[in-house]
Design a protein around this ligand. Structure first.
Ligand SMILES: *Cc1c(COP(=O)(O)O)cnc(C)c1O
Length: 396
């Protein structure tokens, strides 16, 4: 065993000091306020010092009890809890609302964690198609069509529907309101996966027709991993946050206060929940500036498309800071480059930009959320400069 490997000097973060445009990294950058509480709350179960009721969401010091309602209000819902991530929240909802063998309908841009949550709950999964290249749009009416298809195949309508508000591949913002309306007409509860939207975009779950909202604290609420949010309406609160009924057969022990799907407490104790709380005021403010982020992203798309052979894919004009591009001109370079597909990653890194997946040159995706104006210019310059250095035309 070489323990030297784990010394602080060997645990330096590779992206430290770089502009990081990796899609999953922008919204999880801590606020100044969250950085301020880091050291004080860094130890193990730090938040449990004053725990009396045995549940983190009932804590008064610090006031998680108030916080869960503030989060619910922020999302336009009635009740909220904290989970180990958006994935855990999805698992819990599916586990609470559907039975083994039931059908769930999900959009075809859904994240792998949606599929795995369905698999672990032994659900049958049916996909809502998208329009394909180049926009990959999910048409709301396709939900109704898919519900009917499920009915034809299985004899009943699905137990649940899920819509990915903003998908991880193209950053498409889907038309939740219309999907919500269709689900309401069919009386099918709707999970809205806001991993790429809540915490950066304004969301009002009830107005959108969502029965459940899942969010990701470490992805888009400026919190330390792992933490997610599960919010719901009154009607479903006692179903998803149901309390334990088990009893020890010898000891007679029971845990009637504990919420079973959350393993008693939310499975998040120290820094994840504290940083989520410390960042919350900043998050409440920043969602109001979302339009400015979209304008910035549109500008970046326009500038990158000046590079010959580079074009944005997904819904146009972009409505999000996560954007995908087809980059055949970089792919051409990679064919004869000694670093092959890795050249783009290395060239960008030399110019101070990280986050484009190493090895990819046919298509790339970047997230520009929260970049300063200087950083925006630096990212654009880096891409254009790499292109120019390999003889790819760049428009003025
Ligand atoms: C990142 C992402 C997730 C996973 O979120 P966790 O909080 O890490 O579980 C789920 N869905 C989508 C659409 C994502 O982009």
């Amino acid at each position: 065993m070489n323990l030297e490997r784990y010394s602080p000097k060997n645990l330096r973060r590779p992206s430290y000091g770089y502009i990081n445009v990796h899609p999953i990294q922008r919204g999880g950058i801590l606020t100044e306020e969250a950085r301020e509480v880091l050291v004080e709350w860094a130890d193990g179960y730090s938040i449990c010092d004053m725990c009396v009721k045995g549940r983190v969401d009932l804590l008064k010091t610090p006031s998680v009890q108030e916080f869960k309602y503030d989060v619910a209000e922020f999302l336009g819902m009635d009740e909220a809890r904290f989970t180990a991530g958006a994935r855990h929240a999805k698992f819990v909802i599916m586990n609470s609302v559907a039975k083994r063998g039931d059908a769930i309908v999900v959009d075809s841009l859904a994240h792998y964690t949606t599929y795995l949550a369905a698999e672990l709950n032994e659900l049958k999964l049916y996909e809502v198609p998208n329009t394909g290249h180049p926009e990959y749009r999910i048409e709301p009416e396709s939900y109704a069509q898919t519900f009917e298809n499920v009915k034809e195949k299985t004899g009943g309508y699905p137990a649940l529907a899920l819509l990915t508000h903003v998908d991880y591949k193209y950053g498409n913002v889907s038309d939740v309101k219309k999907v919500g309306k269709i689900c309401e007409e069919y009386d099918i509860p709707l999970i809205l996966n806001t991993a790429y939207s809540s915490g950066v975009m304004p969301i009002n779950g009830k107005k959108l027709g969502a029965t459940f909202i899942v969010g990701s604290g470490h992805k888009n609420w400026a919190a330390t991993a792992p933490i997610g949010v599960l919010a719901t309406i009154q009607e479903y609160s006692e179903i998803v946050f149901r309390k334990s009924k088990i009893k020890g057969d010898i000891t007679g022990k029971s845990f009637g206060m504990k919420e079973t799907p959350l393993f008693g407490c939310a499975p998040v104790y120290g820094l994840p929940i504290i940083t989520l709380m410390a960042s919350f005021p900043g998050v409440v403010e920043r969602v109001k500036r979302w339009d400015r982020e979209v304008d910035k992203a549109r500008y970046i798309v326009k500038e990158l498309e000046k590079i010959s052979g580079i074009h944005h894919i997904g819904i146009k004009p972009t409505q999000h800071t996560l954007n995908a591009f087809e980059t055949p001109s970089f792919y051409e370079v990679s064919k004869s480059h000694k670093k092959r597909g890795y050249f783009l990653y290395h060239e960008l890194k030399k110019r101070g930009v990280m986050g484009v997946q190493p090895g990819l040159t046919k298509s790339i995706k970047i997230n520009t959320y929260g970049l300063t104006d200087d950083e925006v210019e630096k990212v654009i310059w880096a891409f254009k400069d790499v292109a120019a250095s390999y003889g790819i035309d760049v428009e003025d």
